[in-house]
Design a protein around this ligand. Sequence first.
Ligand SMILES: *Cc1c(COP(=O)(O)O)cnc(C)c1O
Length: 373
Amino acid sequence: MTWPPLREELQGVEPYGAPQLDVPVCLNVNENPYAPSAKVVADIATSVAQAASTLNRYPDREFTELREGLAAYLNRSGGAEVEYGITPDQVWAANGSNEVMLQLLQAFGGPGRTAVSFAPTYSMYPEYARDSMTGWVAGRRHEDFSFDLDHAAALIAEHRPSVVLLPSPNNPTGTALPHDVIGTLCDLVGDSGVVVIDEAYAEFRREGTPSALELLGAHRNLVVTRTMSKAFALAGARLGYLAAAAEICDALRLVRLPYHLSAVTQATASAALRHTEELLAGVEVLRGERDRTVEWLRGQGHAVADSDANFCLFGVFDDRHAIWQGLLDRGVLIRETGPAGWLRVSIGTGAEMMAFKDALTETLTHLLKEEHR
Ligand SMILES: *Cc1c(COP(=O)(O)O)cnc(C)c1O
């Protein structure tokens, strides 16, 4: 008998952890490299100070003001031509979209039920399934990471999942799902499940790539999750949210912990939403930097997955760990993740990407020399 007396499925398991190392160039967890400006910091601080004067009371359980702000943001986000018509009761939020997705599994998964995704996919999904005692089935994508709808249809018919989880743009590959795939998945799953499209990177998508928000009106089992951690440059605040049918948002009130969103979090996120334009200003710069990084890597002869996100997946290396280590030795931390032989680099500032390119070139040259010795 091991101690402490863990659940069997947790014994010997390592906790989630991209290494949090103190290195000059951190390009490993898809953070936004642009810190909030002094003006935004001051407004957040004022809002938090106001909230602090009422901290003897529990916060608004329904985070009404924040839901209104998030709905308004989503409705503006499609540009002038697109009308999503999302109402505040169709929005839900929690401490990061990770918590939103755990709540979805607590409400719609559970013992005797199954959640499905298609690899390569986000590494946290199987953990939510485990923690909510939901069965977990991972299908696959095509070799080139595009979505294999025939395979997905067969898997859904076989396992009748109550939750389908798919990032779009995908992490770790970076590419978004086409609308017809999402619509077909919603039809296949039907009223016995929910289809969760995790749009953590939506704001970074390339011109012409649509958002699944457009499909909400047509599919009541569709859930679109978003986060303030990436495009909004607010990872430290822990605020994720979703848009879905009001009935789905209502159902999540059954599993959320009492007052799960602190008054401080609500004040911070609402203040940040008042500065949406400024906080998102970095997105345009990062998209450009992303496209140039993809082009440069391809120019160097590497395979690179198309990216709608603020990172790119490149390869294919016989010994990816040696390259990861070589970059780290040169002060650049990237992520060893995804299919064997691939590496993922988050998009940073121009200077950070320069450091990445130099470190990669040096590492590859160095490894080549070693080989020929
Ligand atoms: C970063 C990321 C998230 C965001 O997580 P938060 O808990 O909101 O910080 C969600 N999904 C995917 C696929 C991600 O890569």
